[in-house]
Design a protein. Structure first.
Length: 487
């Protein structure tokens, strides 16, 4: 049995997988982010760690009742949040979340260094990424920066909680913007360029490595006599990519949760001269991902449900079902948290456009889905261009894909088949596959994940040409809309 710990932005789950890749037990904990103002978004990382640890006795109880043995723990987590800690891994402040854009001024100040940073790290230093956040800490909260023994993300905090080791892996490190993704090591050049202390960062091991064995405390929580290896499976989106079967060049997947991501796999780093997409180390040690990002998806849907439907998900779904393609001409821009691919404009604002007196709140429901799908489609087009390959189909996952209307909208905008596997939570499956391969060196990632996906039920959505043509007609209006989103 392999226990996967999957730590997301608004919830975490502990999932037990058997040797056949079937999830037998899932224990979930939800928690909140703290939206201080339009720029500042934080989270108490202690609450997240407590949530993780609180699931372990339940896992241990199940193992004992079913007479099953735990073989390993595999960890995956959200990326790009910043947590300064002391030598005992006690946080010195709340986590500055990946959505936080207070350091936009730092990003703008670094503008003449963007290409230098991007061509090594594969990341444009947008304020959602760590570099501007760390420089903000150094300048505005210098007492915390100076006192920090290490600067961690959630992945590193979880690994420390399980093993008492400060360590990260190549896939997570490649998300800090200070990592040479070609050499797969911290870049002295980039640390010097940003005047950041390299000693405040964790040692790096290859993604998929065994970090250490569980501590006595963790063994006690699990009620197991012998410690088990802890495997660092990589970032959540990298694991989701693996879990969706994206293992060959030009495979494309979209994972839609709090944010939406479109990812393809490559045998080498790919750098976009316009810096529209990011390139990181994948969950497979010898491959890279190229990634397009839509910052606002799940959280934007939450906003629409709350403000127009009183939080009633059934009413929201009914509105989506009953509204025609094109949402009666309403255009919705989901850039409530700034824009990601292709502009990376932290000042961007959301908008609802082209409204008439005949429109109703039901139109806003479907328009929200169409607005998110439009941004995702833009990411697919850019990735197809950079890979110089035609995308044949797109595999999708994440909580948003529980909405069948959204899935069909994606399919119609892509004008390509969309495949949704029944197990919509692909991140945990990817982390399981990582552990499976790590524990058995005779296996390879591609054959393992393809075997498991073959055994799962899937829903295939086929494009409707009439709908695709209608969405193409709306594209010029959306370009007009994008010109007003940063006012």
């Amino acid at each position: 049995m392999i226990l996967v710990i999957d730590v997301g932005t608004s919830s975490m789950r502990s999932v037990i997988f058997d040797d056949n890749g079937m999830s037998l037990v899932t224990i979930k904990r939800a928690y909140d982010i703290e939206v201080i103002d339009k720029e500042k978004i934080e989270q108490d990382s202690d609450i997240v760690i407590d949530s993780v640890l609180s699931t372990l006795p339940e896992i241990g109880k199940w193992l004992k009742e079913t007479n099953n043995k735990l073989d390993a723990i595999s960890v995956t987590a959200q990326r790009a949040s910043v947590i300064p800690v002391n030598k005992n891994c006690i946080p010195l402040r709340k986590a500055i979340m990946w959505q936080d854009t207070r350091a936009n001024y730092v990003s703008e100040r670094l503008k003449d260094k963007w290409q230098d940073l991007y061509q090594v790290s594969g990341l444009k230093p947008s304020p959602i990424f760590p570099i501007p956040k760390i420089i903000y800490l150094k300048e505005e909260e210098s007492f915390i920066y100076d006192k920090a023994y290490k600067i961690l993300g959630f992945h590193e905090r979880v690994l420390y909680a399980l093993t008492n080791r400060f360590v990260t892996d190549t896939s997570i490190a490649s998300r800090w913007g200070l990592f040479d993704i070609t050499k797969k090591e911290w870049s002295d050049e980039l640390f010097d360029l940003c005047d950041i202390d390299i000693n405040k960062f964790c040692d790096v091991v290859p993604v998929g490595s065994i970090v250490a064995e569980t501590t006595e405390e963790i063994c006690s929580l699990l009620d197991i006599e012998k410690s088990v290896p802890v495997i660092t499976a990589g970032g959540d989106q990298q694991c989701a990519t693996l879990g969706l079967g994206c293992v060959d060049n030009a495979d494309v997947v979209s994972n839609c949760g709090t944010g939406a991501y479109v990812i393809s796999i490559s045998d080498k780093p790919i750098f976009d001269k316009d810096m529209r997409i990011n390139c990181n180390i994948s969950a497979m040690p010898d491959k890279w991902i190229i990634e397009g990002t839509v910052l606002g998806s799940g959280k934007v849907i939450d906003w629409t449900m709350r403000e127009f439907f009183g939080g009633d998900i059934d009413e929201f779904q009914q509105a989506c079902d009953n509204t025609p393609v094109g949402s009666n001409n309403v255009l919705f821009s989901p850039t409530f948290m700034g824009s990601g691919t292709p502009d990376w404009n932290a000042a961007a604002k959301g908008s609802i456009y082209n409204i008439s007196l005949s429109n109703t709140k039901s139109d806003f429901a479907r328009a929200t889905l169409e607005g998110i799908a439009y941004e995702v489609n833009g990411c697919v087009n850019i990735i197809s261009e950079l890979m110089d390959a035609d995308v044949e189909s797109v595999n999708i996952s994440g909580g948003l894909t529980n909405n069948r209307v959204y899935n069909q909208i994606l399919c119609d905008m892509f004008d390509k088949p969309v495949v949704r596997v029944d197990d919509a939570e692909s991140t945990a499956l990817g982390a399981f596959v990582s552990a499976k391969v790590t524990l058995n060196q005779n296996l390879d990632y591609a054959s393992v994940i393809k075997q498991y996906l073959r055994e799962m039920n899937r829903k295939i959505y086929l494009p409707i040409k009439e709908n695709h043509n209608l969405y193409k007609e709306f594209s010029n209006k959306r370009i007009q809309q994008s010109k007003i989103y940063n006012y």
